[in-house]
Design a binder for this molecule. Structure first.
Ligand SMILES: [Fe+2]
Ligand SMILES: [Fe+2]
Length: 277
């Protein structure tokens, strides 16, 4: 799926407004995950986007759409997406299942069997990568996926890149251990092209910002559970507020905001040794 759109002008960079939603972790409708109802959270998120950002040029769903790749969870997602006002783009994460996803989203873009796509908006190119590595918590970009990425980076000046797994460490060892495998291959490619203005990732269920060898990045919160901020020790989930992010971007710059949308949460953090982002 590739498209060229010309959005209206928006401050401060006068080009586009994007919304990033990540880590839905949908389970069977009616069931809960860590005491939360992921589908209820998604509904609240869509309601908030419709109320406040219906003018977004695109809503990017940055992977882990479901918690365990259930077909009924994808069906529930498809149903709720019918209520989302702006256009959207779906990505996969380590908790997703390509075959089950395809059963519901048969028309989703496909490159060599991978859910990769691009969108050209206001002179910028948005690239959406598929880092799903079946059977692994960590992510992967194989030679075919990297080759496609390199083609998309060629001959464009300004790129925003989206992938589920962060390639860079964020200083939380339990999450850094399951980021993108072989990040150096990606970094070599990106540095050679030199046109990625900002990189966005999900997976870590945590808001962080920085730069990766000079490439600015943001990781975003999930709509379900979050990751506790632990600079040592095992991974732990937390019940900090669910949120989505809003990106105002143009060729002159990028700014990222984060919007909490649901105050209903049980409270204290809890360990989840068997559950990674
Ligand atoms: Fe993930
Ligand atoms: Fe996740």
């Amino acid at each position: 799926m590739q498209n060229e759109t010309t959005p209206g002008r928006r401050a401060p960079f006068d080009v586009m407004k994007l919304v990033i939603v990540s880590d839905l972790h949908l389970v069977a409708p009616g069931e809960t995950l860590f005491g939360l109802d992921p589908l209820e959270r998604l509904e609240a998120c869509i309601g908030d986007i419709n109320a406040n950002h219906a003018d977004a040029d695109l809503v990017v769903f940055a992977g882990d759409l479901t918690d365990d790749g259930r077909a009924d969870a994808y069906a529930a997602l498809a149903d709720r997406l019918g209520f989302l006002l702006p256009p959207h783009r779906l990505m996969l994460g380590n908790h997703d299942d390509r075959a089950a996803f395809r059963q519901v989203f048969a028309d989703a873009p496909e490159i060599d069997g991978f859910l990769q796509s691009r969108a050209d908006i206001g002179g910028m190119r948005l690239i959406f990568l598929d880092t799903l590595w079946p059977g692994h918590v960590a992510g992967q970009l194989c030679d075919r996926r990297l080759a496609w990425l390199d083609e998309q980076l060629a001959s464009v000046a300004d790129v925003l890149m989206f992938l589920h797994h962060p390639p860079m460490p964020i200083g939380i060892p339990s999450l850094d251990a399951c980021r993108l495998s072989d990040p150096d291959a990606l970094l070599v490619l990106l540095k050679a092209r030199g046109n990625v203005r900002h990189l966005f990732a999900g997976h870590v269920h945590r808001l962080s910002h920085g730069n990766w060898d000079g490439i600015p990045f943001t990781t975003v919160r999930g709509t379900s559970h979050q990751s506790a901020l632990r600079f040592d020790g095992p991974h732990a989930i937390s019940f900090e507020a669910s949120a989505y992010s809003i990106v105002l971007a143009g060729r002159k710059g990028v700014v990222v905001h984060t919007q909490e949308f649901d105050a209903k949460r049980p409270g204290a953090s809890m360990p989840a040794s068997a559950v990674m982002a």
